[in-house]
Design a protein around this ligand. Structure first.
Ligand code: FES
Length: 140
């Protein structure tokens, strides 16, 4: 089968869909080639993600990736959130087809954009190296 059961599960029953009003950090990213858009909202208390929601206008893999990414960062301290990689999201989903890897990159980018937004809003200094441009070998 092209997609793992976990991908199908998170696609059919995505976790943490929605909007957080007055979120502490919001990240919106898009992929210019496929046109998909992903938005992540973070609520942060004591340097920990106390709540997270997402909206994704995109393919099934992008929905599954964002759902899994939100599950992976919920309740986690911010330094762990900053370390989230698209590779970890793909592994947690039991894999994605090569031509769908860029969908998981979008999830990593959206989470990091939301975290960066939080740091910027709070005036918290951060190391720009924590937020490198993400590239993905399998992307089209
Ligand atoms: Fe664009 Fe999946 S095809 S994010």
């Amino acid at each position: 089968m092209l997609y793992s059961e976990k991908v199908m599960d998170h696609f059919r029953n995505p976790r943490n869909v929605g909007v957080i009003e007055h979120a502490d950090g919001v990240g919106e990213v898009g992929n210019a080639k496929c046109g998909d858009i992903m938005k992540i909202y973070l609520k942060i208390d004591h340097d920990t993600v106390s709540d997270v929601k997402f909206e994704t206008f995109g393919c099934g893999s992008a929905i599954a990736s964002s759902s899994m990414a939100t599950e992976m960062i919920k309740g986690k301290p911010l330094d762990q959130v900053a370390d989230l990689t698209n590779k970890a999201v793909v592994e947690a989903l039991d894999g994605l087809p090569a031509h769908k890897l860029h969908c998981s990159v979008l999830a990593e980018e959206a989470v990091k954009a939301a975290l960066k937004d939080y740091y910027n809003k709070q005036g918290i200094p951060y190391d720009p190296k924590q937020f490198p441009d993400i590239s993905c070998a399998g992307c089209h």
